[in-house]
Design a protein around this ligand. Structure first.
Ligand code: 13P
Length: 288
């Protein structure tokens, strides 16, 4: 299937009560691992691409060329969206021009009126090309310089106004953070999620920071209107652990074990396992 916008797959997920995974990609192995696994499970998927990851892979156009070619090579039949993750204002336009099928414009660090105005403008530009848009209100926490910020809880009134811009999916800070959760994490703020769900008029909601949120919490969030769950760090951790194991066992020193096709294979399989587990928890298998 051609690479598509995330709009229809998320509306279907919201209606039928399951979640679609956004798996962030970093290189060829990541794209292959996601595409082959979702095809095996007949699940829709969103490939998340941060601006940093796009730069690492050789720019937005290279990312699109790789995804489109691999999609064709593996005869992928399930819907796949290529989504800019936490896009800046400039980055959103660059990704749109390069053919991304979905854009997250993260204006959460701007004063609210500016976030609203820029989101509106980006929605118009993207919708003119059939590209879906995600907006964010309240910030998602995460680790920076060894300090874990807890993020900023979304203001319901701001959520309502941003949802009214016509965005196709909506991310709100509900106590979720990127990367590993600290031991004293209080869990997701379901009270805030309920309010956000009530004021956003049925727009599919997005849960960032999918790494390390217990499955039961994710399932509850899905039952309350979350239709997209973003996962990045967990694949990186599992890839690194499997690669470490291979090298520590001295396998790279045996025969042609240094060949990247062998060296990267355990990490590749470890990523496929994480993707399978996520799809199982989110309930999107056979929903393509
Ligand atoms: P994690 O890295 O915590 O899985 O979060 C991913 C994410 O939210 C990308 O936007």
């Amino acid at each position: 299937m051609a690479v598509v916008s995330a709009k229809e797959m998320l509306l279907k997920a919201r209606k039928e009560g399951y979640g679609v995974a956004q798996i962030n990609i970093n290189n060829l192995e990541w794209i292959k691992a996601v595409l082959t696994t979702v095809e095996e499970l007949k699940s829709p998927v969103i490939l998340g691409v941060s601006e940093g990851a796009a730069k690492y892979m050789g720019g937005y156009k290279t990312v699109m060329a790789m995804v489109r070619s691999l999609d064709e090579f593996y005869n992928v039949t399930v819907p796949v969206a290529v989504h800019l993750d936490h896009g800046t204002y400039e980055g959103s336009y660059k990704a749109l021009a390069a053919g991304f099928t979905s854009i997250m414009f993260d204006g959460s660090h701007y004063p609210f009126e500016e976030n609203l105005a820029k989101t509106k403008e980006i929605v118009a530009a993207c919708h003119a090309k059939g590209v879906s848009v995600e907006a964010e209100v309240g910030s998602i926490g995460g680790e920076e310089d060894g300090v874990v910020g807890m993020g900023e809880i979304a203001d319901p009134n701001e959520c309502k106004l941003i949802a009214e811009t016509g965005v196709d999916m909506f991310a709100a800070g509900i106590g979720n953070i990127h990367g590993k959760y600290p031991a004293n994490w209080q869990g997701l703020r379901f009270d805030v999620l309920q309010t956000v769900s009530d004021v956003t008029g049925g727009v599919p909601l997005v849960l960032h920071g999918g790494t390390g949120i217990p499955a039961e919490m994710v399932k509850k969030a899905i039952s309350m209107g979350v239709s997209k769950i973003n996962v990045n760090t967990e694949l990186q951790l599992e890839f690194a652990a499997a690669t470490r194991k291979y090298i520590e066992a001295g396998k790279d020193l045996e025969g042609k074990g240094f060949d990247p096709r062998k060296l990267l294979a355990p990490g590749y399989e470890a990523m496929k396992k994480v993707i399978r587990e996520k799809i199982e928890v989110f309930g999107s298998a056979n929903k393509a």
